[in-house]
Design a protein around this ligand. Structure first.
Ligand code: SF4
Length: 231
């Protein structure tokens, strides 16, 4: 049953960050569903099926949003399809109204010229629109992924969208992920086997060398480290 709260969402988020820090990822997803009901959705990049699987066990049939920028690797689309078929989740793909050829006819190859604007157009704004009906959303951010994510709270306030942001995997180490993948035989994007440890759009992602930061292959050669969705 959805909890009806008179507490402002921002306050609720800060309380939950303290109370849920040591809870399991499944319990955090369950809390979000019990608190926000149909106003809560999970988002997944489909680099692997960990968050989708955790969410499916916590709340069978839960809504999982996948943002299709049009620039994804074919392997990512295939991983999405496999996850949607294998796990008890309701995958909704968010597509951009402009297909890539139309986008490039209008803007050129924006990822080369102005990747921040490209991410804004192809990622941030479509996700903002898709999240409009929701009060809370979850993503797969982990503290161990990069220094810029080291302080990621399990629950926080997303001031830009004025929503509660939930990071059920925030405290998971790389070993935690590996153990979970092995234990449940989780579907993983095949690109991970050839060095793509963090997977975004094809033009902006390269594999990383052993020992390199997992996200070093994202926008390599530029100072850009985030697409803007999580800022
Ligand atoms: S990651 Fe690259 S291709 Fe994808 S939206 Fe951002 S700049 Fe564009």
């Amino acid at each position: 049953m959805t909890i009806t709260t008179t507490e402002p969402l921002e306050e609720l988020a800060l309380d939950a960050a303290r109370n849920l820090e040591d809870e399991s990822a499944g319990n955090i997803v369950r809390w979000a569903h019990e608190t926000f009901g149909e106003k809560f959705a999970v988002t997944a990049s489909m680099a692997d099926g960990v968050l989708s699987h955790v969410a499916s066990l916590a709340v069978p049939g839960i809504k999982v949003l996948f943002l299709d920028t049009g620039y994804h690797f074919a392997e990512t689309i295939g991983t999405r399809d496999a996850i949607a078929a294998a796990y008890n989740i309701d995958v909704e793909t968010i597509t951009h109204p402009l297909r890539v050829p139309e986008h490039e006819a209008e803007y050129g190859q924006l990822y080369k010229i102005d990747p921040d604007l490209c991410c804004a157009i192809r990622k941030v704004w479509p996700l903002d629109r898709a999240l409009a009906p929701y009060d809370a959303w979850a993503g797969g951010l982990r503290r161990a992924e990069s220094p810029s994510r080291a302080e990621t709270p399990v629950v926080t306030w997303d001031p830009k969208r004025r929503k509660v942001k939930i990071n059920p995997l925030a405290t998971w180490t790389d070993d935690d992920v590996d153990e979970y993948v092995a234990k449940y035989n989780i579907l993983v994007n095949p690109l991970k086997q050839i060095g793509y440890l963090s997977i975004g759009c094809e033009p902006c992602t390269r594999p990383v060398a052993p020992g390199e930061d997992a996200r070093a292959g994202r926008w390599a050669g530029s100072s850009k480290t985030e697409c803007g969705i999580h800022l």
